[in-house]
Design a binder for this molecule. Structure first.
Ligand SMILES: C[S@@+](CC[C@H](N)C(=O)[O-])C[C@H]1O[C@@H](n2cnc3c(N)ncnc32)[C@H](O)[C@@H]1O
Length: 249
């Protein structure tokens, strides 16, 4: 799926039912999320992230934070309780419009739409902390790779990145094999079709192998400080990993 299609899908759901598109609880479908309750989940998530960083003795400078794939700012707003300045970037204008409507922190918080497969809209060595959750998994691995590299470019020396990716369990089909063709057909045709019948947004989910993630981090000269499985329950085909890495000083 191209980035244009990701953008198109999120423009649509961002205009129709943004909070549900972000946290797809069936009971909240049809704009039934209470915004207070929705944003409380983001505040709780960021509080627990900060408690986790303290628990593994990772020191953060609470200056400038970045939230990649901010949606309507659920986590960006949570970061604002802790950092001096927070920037959220999203591919969808409709999500960014929602984020600006829900912003409680005035100029401390800024939101930017970026549809490029990179973060050139942001200068190098700018952020003390980069955070992203439930975003990278929605784009093809080649884009995930580019954005992860960009996280380390925009971090200040010594800055920390905390990012979630979905990784496959077991071996992936061999490139070019029949098994890979069937796998891609299921993912790119059958699943979207099944989703459309159930009235769910045409949003794809992609995995990336830990080996690739570790290679990018190493190529950026960064160090992995911790890797945590962040699934609430065991899954059959994939697991969600959250990498904590530090840019060298
Ligand atoms: C499931 S939502 C998560 C939003 C937010 N991270 C949260 O947890 O509340 C995924 C978000 O990622 C955004 N997104 C997807 N691809 C993106 C990209 N290439 N660049 C920036 N944002 C992207 C979507 O527009 C959407 O708002």
């Amino acid at each position: 799926m191209s980035l244009k299609n990701v953008q198109k899908a999120y423009e649509k759901v961002g205009a129709e039912d943004p909070l549900w598109a972000i946290l797809t609880d069936n009971k909240k479908r049809g704009n039934k999320w209470d915004p207070e309750e929705f944003f409380e989940t983001g505040r709780n998530e960021i509080n627990s992230v900060i408690a986790y960083l303290e628990s593994i003795d990772v020191k953060i400078n609470y200056g400038n934070a970045f939230d990649f794939g901010c949606g309507v700012g659920r986590l960006t707003q949570g970061l604002c309780y802790h950092f001096d300045k927070v920037t959220g970037v999203d591919i969808s204008d409709s999500m960014i419009a929602g984020a600006n409507r829900y912003n409680k922190f005035d100029k401390k918080c800024s939101y930017i739409t970026n549809t490029e497969p990179n973060l050139k809209c942001l200068s190098s060595n700018t952020f003390d902390f980069v955070y992203t959750n439930i975003v990278l998994q929605h784009m093809a691995p080649r884009y995930q790779v580019e954005y992860i590299k960009e996280f380390f470019r925009i971090l200040k020396p010594g800055g920390k990145a905390l990012f979630q990716v979905r990784t496959p369990i077991g071996s992936s089909p061999k490139p070019g094999s029949l098994a890979e063709k069937i796998h891609n057909f299921r993912k790119e045709r059958l699943k979207p079709f099944w989703k459309s019948i159930r009235g769910r947004p045409p949003i794809q989910v992609h995995t990336i192998s830990p080996q690739i993630v570790e290679q990018i981090i190493a190529e950026c000269g960064a160090t992995i400080l911790d890797v945590k499985v962040v699934d609430k329950r065991a899954r059959r085909w994939h697991k969600n990993l959250r990498y904590c890495a530090k840019k060298p000083i």
